[in-house]
Design a protein around this ligand. Sequence first.
Ligand code: HPA
Ligand code: ZN
Length: 383
Amino acid sequence: MKHKPLLLQLYVCMLFISGLTGQQVWARDSVRIKAFALGVPKAELHIHLEGTLEPEHYLKLVADNELEAKYATVEAVQERLLDQRDLNSFIEVYEELLSAMRTEEDFYEVALAYCRKATSQGVVYVEMFFDPQMHTARGIKIETVMQGLIRAQTKAATSLGLKLNFIACFNRDRTADSAAEHLENLVPWQEVILGVGLDNPEEIGFPTKFTEVFARARELGFRLTTHCDVNVPNTLAHHYGAIDLLKVERIDHGLNVADDPALLAIVKERGIGLTACPTLLYLDLPGRMEARAGAVKTLLEAGIPICVNSDDPGMMRSLYVGDLLAITVETADLNRDQTLELARNSFRIAWLTEKKPRTTSHQLTPLQKIIRFLSKEKNDMGI
Ligand code: HPA
Ligand code: ZN
């Protein structure tokens, strides 16, 4: 069993190489596109720990923690997931299911289960969101959450060769005071929490009410990002505020940037990364995937550093990132160079703490080798 992760990585690598050959069949061949999208090394930058919880795993946590069993079967949990109509109703489901996570072991297991899945999808680096307030509000100590996550980080590195870091998200429908208090409590874990973000519904007051918290986070050395969800009221004003007031380096989702040439120019000029999620919701609306994949293409062609991510694959019953990249590529009819560019972008806008590559390649860590490989010109790669 010791060699399983190595064999898995070899397998995805072979899929990638098989996808590299045969430019002429690319546009029409779903199998090759899938092989390439799964195998190309990727960083996942928009994934919520809590949203990776699969119905099966939720039921296991309910049993392990001897909680009241609201749902008898996986199908019953899936039925509950169908109640998602919009972001607010999604968050209701999200909060209900994540409440089964109680112990350090639970946080460890959920994070590690995701890492296993991500490895099979060609992901080698992850910056994982988690929602500290959703746990402390239920009486779970931040130490319990962090100790589980740090154990998962170590296990992912040693058993999967996957590097895992974290981003703490504050909830936009809670107060700025609560965010400020949690921020100070996260300082002891700054080595593994690279940055802070904002999620949950875009209540009135976003982004202005978080200006001071973000200034303090920046002063403490945290990197900054925020969700700007797609097609919400006042979305363009929210994007401008996120950039001007919060001074974020990345925007999570951010697809409405494609709607405003002035905003697009600012995002491009400042090199702000977009972590897009052309997520297939359980209840997908007709034309939604086409619109989102089309916006990814528009932004990519405009030179914005954008990448594809999976958001909440467990709870939205959506796809993991390799499969999602393949569907995005097919839907928007992206060519192979554009697909590779999405993968490269995921490393360009990552907050990697790896030191600068040293000169001789045998001194590089596996992750540094992948980044060097992806940053070479396409002709050097023989494609
Ligand atoms: N947007 C806002 N809040 C969230 C999301 C999202 O995509 N996923 C989990 N919480
Ligand atoms: Zn999200």
